[in-house]
Design a binder for this molecule. Sequence first.
Ligand SMILES: [Zn+2]
Length: 804
Amino acid sequence: MLGALAIFGAVASYGAPSPRDYPFKPVPFTAVHLHDIFWAPRIETNRAVTIPFAFEQCEKSGRMDNFERAAAALKGEALANKRMPPYPFDDTDPYKVLEGASYALAVQPDPRMEAYLDELIAKIGRAQEPDGYLYTARTIDPEHPHRWAGRERWVRDPDQSHELYNAGHLFEAAAAHYQATGKTNLLAIATREADLLCKTFGPDQLHIWPGHEIVEMGLVKLYRATGNGRYLELAKFFLDVRGPGGDDYHQSRIKPVDQTEAVGHAVRAGYLYSGMADVAALTGDERYLKAIDAIWENAVGKKLYLTGGIGAMGAGEAFGRNYQLPNLTAYCETCAAVANDYWNLRLFLLHGDSRYIDVMERTLYNGLLSGVSLDGKRFFYPNPLESDGRHERSPWFGVACCPGNMTRFLASVPGYVYAQKGDALYVNLYAAGAADIKLDNGQTLKVTQETRYPWEGQVRITVTPPKAARFAVLLRIPGWARDEAVPGDLYHFADRTDDRVSLKVSGKSVPVKLEKGYVRLERKWKPGEVVELDLPMPVRRVAANEKVADDLGRVALQRGPLVYCVEWPEVKGGQVANLLLPDEARLSASFRGDLLGGVETISGNAVSLRYADARQKIERSPVAVAAIPYYAWANRGRGEMSVWLANKEEAARPLPFPTLASTSKATASAEGVRPDTRALNDQREPKSSGDHANRFVHWWPHKGTKEWVQYDFPKPARVGAVEVYWFDDTGVGECRLPKSWQLFYHENGEWLPVKNPNEYGCAGDRYNRTTFETVETDGLRLELQMQERFSAGIHEWRVEPAER
Ligand SMILES: [Zn+2]
């Protein structure tokens, strides 16, 4: 089997040859051995830490047990526990980690892991119904399946049963496991289910489209693994049966071939577009190609974060409107970043243009990698571009899609480095390592890269054919190295650089002439010839298209492929939102081996803004700051972070002027939901009650309860009025204006209601002022009653000291 491995790729054909396929093929990850300073240690952490950890979490959370219980039910055993899995897609988490573990095994044999996988596969197999159906959320108790599933199989898939989603992830895992080990145990389970799907769905059979796409890609992988053309036909059927009449969330309002805009749930969308690329490549159907090209222009031109993340909105985990790219609330699900890279790689394989690799690289090094902590055991689900301290990685999630996706993606990174077509080798990513390559024309060669990329841009590539031979090596010149932040005009470099890319072959300078983003070196290569590429990496300032309201008056920093952020430990006082980075501030880069596993930092002087009086006069003082690569944030506790730094004063949020409120200790009820009480007295003015980008206190998911916030004054003070600005996210979330509220003051260890309050206003979009009989006290407590079935929140709570 090992001999055949060499021709396997992340998406390249294996099994029976296809008459038609992607014109470009990735060099499979099994042929690329990285020993670089960046990816190799991460891939090893993924293999040695994250994969075992994720399996352990799957076990602890009962995901493996679901298969056992389904198996027992199939044997007719009376189950003591017929409880449904919390989510009907819980089966996919073990599948994804299994896929990641398979890739890891292909690179580094591990008999214990291999045995564990075999045991797990047997367990999965026992949960499969005799006709091939595999879905524990029904099999455990067919009379009472999961509430998201229908009484009958499949019928609720377009909505939310996820039966076909589970099948898709099973197919992906099975193809990877077969590819990595040559064993057919998981493949047999997958093909049994795929055969059932072929009997069930089709032009003359059931017309149902998958609610959560991925089965299309999965079927294509099974087709490649087995050569069974029915799987490819079914993948195409699932694309063709989709829409119209559905909704944007599911990309089914109109037919996929008619779509021109990236809409709806971003992970589903990315998987759909990847499936369309696969089917377009394998069938030659140009309609899919036309659609995904148009969708890509929209996504990259109007809906892509600088970090390469997609899916701006938490509501629906979805793409927002054009240019709607909030930073603090950016959703950017880790899985959506993975899907974005799958899609962009496929577009490259169709078009051979480096702009897709530019997007892929941006996502890979930034918004995808940020999804896992440096130690490999904590994860982000959303990957925001700004934090006020509310964000923190988590060891696992109830909906645990992201960690599993990280395990399978990281393990396959070497498969993204090279591609080939005919007699040409494409170098897409730069990373130290060696690769054994066989071109389509039969030419073999060894390629090695020596480089400190992404920290330094010098790359030394040695090309070694067995004997002198003519072929082409195409080097990708990344967009960032030729003054293009992204393809399109969503972002641009806001500063100038005179640094230019330079290139030498065997010591002789070669002009950097670009063809679809590549320099083509076509010549007779002698064994051991050396290419020296120098991609200068000055610190660059990036600005967004002015239509992106959230980035107005701001710049971001980028060096090489890495997007930077300023995080709280890198600035005295730990505050970031108040910083102003003037355009003329000099910035310099230096490597710090002791920091965050070794990172290049960017440092310089910024200006700290502070309100000098109650009338908001601004005081400015210089402050030294350093920026770190975005992917490395949130490894040192919670606090402020921002990718986009104010370079115009209006965009900064000055530090509060010391008031009775701002110097008080703020606390709140419901510690379980950890209300962020710093919001109460930070003097950050909301634009409206619904201003999600402003920091606020909330008690969600508590609903209809009575809650409180409290100020403990630094010393007793006379007070006679307060003002409160309520939070209300009608249309987005479940917080509403409160039903009522009341104010108490502290006296002799008791909370007493203030006397003669004029009113307790519950109006939105403004401060509600309450005056009362002046009292001397060391604290105030605001108690609110939520509306029934709704939660509540507060943007700001001011306290007015009384005149003496
Ligand atoms: Zn996810």
